[in-house]
Design a protein around this ligand. Sequence first.
Ligand code: FAD
Ligand code: SF4
Length: 529
Amino acid sequence: MTLSRTPPDAPDTLLIVLGDQLDRRADALDALDPRRDAIWMAEVEHEISRVPSHKRRIALFLSAMRHFKNDLQATGFTVHYHELHIDASTDRGGTFGEVLAADLTRLKPKRLMVTRPGDWRVLRDLEETAVSAGLVLEIVEDAHFMCEPATFDNWIAGRRRILLEDFYRFMRKRHRVLLGDDDQPLGGAWNFDADNRASFGREGPGPLPTVPRFAPDETTAGVLDLVAARWPTNPGELEGFAEPVTPKQARTALATFISERLEKFGDAQDALWQGESELFHSRLSAILNLKLLDPREVIAAAETAGRQSRAPLNAVEGFIRQIIGWREFVRGVYWHFMPSYADLNALSCDDRDVPKFFWDADTDMACVADAMRSVLKLGYAHHIQRLMVLGLFAQLVGVHPYRFHEWHMALYLDAVDWASLPNTLGMSQFGDGGIVGTKPYCATGKYIDRQGNHCANCRYAPDVATGPKACPFTTLYWDFLARHREQLGEIHRMGFQLRNLDRKKPQELAQIRSEAGQLRERLLRGEKC
Ligand code: FAD
Ligand code: SF4
């Protein structure tokens, strides 16, 4: 354990700062007096190993935490910081709660405070630890977010339907984003999504601007050595680690996105292209979720670019909708419906895990292999790869929605419980039965073919459902519809897809379902396709 300056007396207030709360502007930090109060942070093996975390993800969290600790100390704060070491025998072991409990006994703070954690389980763990130490845990709302859980609860109260679009308009008006002088939406519409569904066409995306990379400094280099030595068999690559780990670097990443990629963000939002996962996406999610970047700053930068005609409105509106709309919406859903949300399994899936190639990219499906290579290399895949390639495959196979969430938590740099759970279990797997999305996102391989160039380089054919050339997505899609026919029949927006299912000749459908069954069995045995 590294102890920075030890206060002579017990701190009046001990503020717990978690690994995704690296926000210098946090209200809880503002409330501290460095002369009397102290901060507590911990790297805990147990948290890292709960799921087999991607090496890059561990490195990002630890490096950003250590930079944050250094910054706090440089401005006069006392930080009690538990560091993990290459030699594990010198660590303080135990769970997060156990490590904290031992320090509460030793430090004897009068008050214990934390900003609302991003994980319901962690919140409960901290509350229980506090009670055992005879303290009440004071929870400060996280001002990083633009919609407090209570405001979301009020917004939801009495609504017949919970729709992102309604919430998004509420948030635009509430925060006066992209509004004209007449309080009407800029450009005359709230949403330009119809302009944002293009693919690149045969010529592809053309030369792509590079995403800024940040050479590791001494702190990051130490973390990289630690991760390489301690978790050598964990998934993912460390080589070429160049993620932003400080607020300054995060702002550079934002500025580069606004000047080089925002312009085409809208047009290319749903497009896929072999070997390219970053395309015109911002790659800001991980640094936003660690709180190195403030969403208001991100929105203001995009809005200014739009008002100054440096980016078209469909791109600016589409991007801002992701931040003030989707990001805040899924967090609202998380806190409104937890803890029971995590148990939802609307399609009654068996306790089935993700296929083996979700860990090693060893599959003949060109679209899945490409997305998985990006995940293993960068801890990143863009939204359509997550939703309409990897998520779609998991859903069609029948992976349990919570298992899909656990897998996602392990491998993505931006995965934190409040964001991952509604997106994986809800939006992607329809496990919540229609809270986050109004219908399952299900499609055949033909959708993937339309959005990019993978199918041209694949041993399968997207429009074939049976036989050796059958695209697994297409085979599994019809089987998925037939398997859940009754339940999906109650969803109005599934009508078109189900009418197409009903047009299939019984013999053809029986053949598809038999091949789908064999495929699902093979995947259960760990075989590839
Ligand atoms: P861009 O495409 O540039 O989008 C801009 C920003 O909007 C993102 O940085 C992100 O902060 C925000 N955003 C967009 N969509 C969402 C959304 N649905 N939920 C939350 N924020 C959103 N995002 C996470 O931050 N953490 C997760 O754990 C996560 N899990 C996901 C799991 C699945 C199955 C799916 C389909 C989506 C998930 N998302 C998650 C949402 C989204 O895919 C990522 O935020 C996005 O791909 C990150 O890349 P980017 O920064 O380049 O985003
Ligand atoms: Fe993916 Fe099917 Fe296209 Fe192959 S044919 S790339 S598996 S959608």
